[in-house]
Design a protein around this ligand. Structure first.
Ligand SMILES: *[C@@H]1O[C@H](CO)[C@@H](O)[C@H](O)[C@H]1NC(C)=O
Length: 451
């Protein structure tokens, strides 16, 4: 390695020797020699990066999707969610069905899946008069999978640097560097470095842990006015949503766990391995093999294909692997379920009875850890949501309908300053009607919001 680095340095040095200004003035040959080489390289780079970026262009990606996925996207909507105060908001996709005035069921998927897997479940909840909402956690499905990071000295590697220079050329025009060279006989290295450092924009995969998930759930539930909500957590969603439940037990009407596990059913760790991951995510038959290994043998190829496309699209793999890394492996379901905050929430556990003896024992363990929970079995696999959607929906609808009708909670946020002013003014002047109108207008979150 050391030898190669030395050689490279020696080779690149002549490009910008300190006295290159004089030498190019005296002899134009080196200038045109480098000009030609750099121009050819830049053209090559331009062409290859244009191809690369057109593949990553969201519009062409969307148009290349199978019709069922496009349909799912157009049936849903995106909300903006602020996860960290110093970062830009993230777009979160939600699909919903059913009357907004009824019981709200929000389905949270595990890693490797998305709201698409639950589209039939929310539709059949909707047809039973229940408001079903399925969310794509950031990093999954149609939600943002990466965010732009501005500035900073993050190590971005060779490809990152090439993209930066490409961006700079795009912004300043192809001939900017050459104009500079003709004028000064030198490449504008200093300027490139300065611009690179101040304007560095790199894409960082969104890595979702339970704290981030809590913020996402909080804002989605608040924006859609869903509280109090019936939570349905499939697979690894339990570990992701557990923090939010502990912090907001008053917003949770009930919890249904479907084949819950800290480790996702899909062996996502194999996606760390180069070549293998390209094969698994690049070919439907390979991904189908991975899915039938532990998740489901009953899914159709087109169902599996949709999950592969969503997992593969725009940094999806990096985001999911980042979230996998953040899973809380010391999570203790008994400790969580019997904590003061969670203890009073009605629970139901829906478990597969046909995967394996080991998996059935795991179900028994979960049911022992949550002694108050209702335990029922289904005839599907660990990803039962598509092949056994009506069976699962039946359990959920029965469970949810057994409660007295939910009373929507009034938002507890402090009254916005502007509204408070109107209220104060009204108090002083005795103009109550005006104050009331101002209050509801500014909130705007009433029943009209969700319809
Ligand atoms: C991980 O799980 C343990 C046990 O349930 C819990 O005490 C701890 O707070 C969790 N950590 C995070 C970061 O959520």
């Amino acid at each position: 390695m050391a030898i190669i680095t030395e050689e490279e340095e020696e080779e690149t040095k002549p490009l910008v020797p300190p006295g290159s200004k004089e030498s190019t003035m005296k002899n134009p040959f080196p200038f045109w020699f480098y000009f030609t080489i750099i121009f050819s390289l830049a053209t090559l780079l331009f062409v290859s990066l244009s191809l690369y970026s057109s593949q990553n262009d969201p519009r062409s990606w969307f148009l290349s999707l199978p019709p069922a996925l496009r349909q799912h996207y157009s049936d849903g909507r995106t909300l903006k969610v602020q996860v960290n105060p110093d970062e830009l908001p993230i777009q979160v996709f939600v699909a919903e069905s059913g009357p907004a005035q009824s019981e709200n069921v929000i389905v949270v998927h595990g890693l490797g899946l998305s709201s698409y897997a639950f589209r039939e479940m929310i539709q059949s909840l909707g047809s039973k008069g229940i408001h079903g909402v399925a969310i794509d956690l950031p990093g999954n499905g149609f939600s943002d999978k990466s965010m732009v990071v501005v500035g900073g000295d993050r190590e971005i590697g060779f490809v990152g640097r090439v993209k930066e220079v490409y961006g700079l050329i795009q912004e300043k025009g192809v001939f900017w560097a050459f104009d500079h060279m003709v004028e000064t006989g030198d490449l504008p290295y200093e300027e490139i470095i300065k611009l690179q450092n101040s304007k560095r924009r790199s894409l960082k995969a969104i890595e979702l842990g339970s704290e981030e998930t809590a913020k996402v759930l909080d804002q989605v539930i608040d924006t859609l006015g869903l509280s109090p909500v019936h939570l349905v957590l499939h697979d690894s969603a339990l570990g992701l949503a557990s923090n939010w439940v502990s912090e907001n037990p008053q917003s949770v009407r009930s919890i249904t766990l479907i084949d819950s596990s800290i480790n996702p059913a899909l062996p996502l760790w194999v996606l760390h391995i180069p070549v293998i991951r390209e094969v698994l995510l690049g070919f439907s038959f390979a991904f189908k093999m991975l899915v039938s290994l532990r998740c489901s043998k009953d899914m159709t190829l087109s169902q599996i294909e949709a999950h592969r496309i969503l997992l593969k699209g725009s940094n999806g793999r990096e985001a999911v692997l980042g979230s996998l890394k953040k899973l809380n492996h010391s999570f203790d379901i008994a400790l969580w379920g019997n904590s003061d905050a969670v203890n009073g929430i009605p629970m139901q556990v829906i478990w597969s009875k046909q995967v394996s003896d080991v998996w059935s024992e795991e179900g028994q363990r979960v049911s022992k850890a949550l002694p108050k929970a209702k335990f029922v079995t289904h005839s599907g696999s660990r990803w039962p949501q598509e092949s056994k959607s009506s069976e699962l929906t039946g359990y959920i609808a029965d469970f949810v309908s057994a409660f007295p009708i939910s009373i929507k909670r009034v938002p507890e946020e402090p009254i916005p300053e502007k509204v408070q002013k109107i209220l104060d003014e009204a108090k002083a002047g005795g103009d109550h009607d005006h104050a009331h109108a101002g209050y509801t207008d500014a909130y705007g979150l009433g029943e009209g919001w969700t319809t």
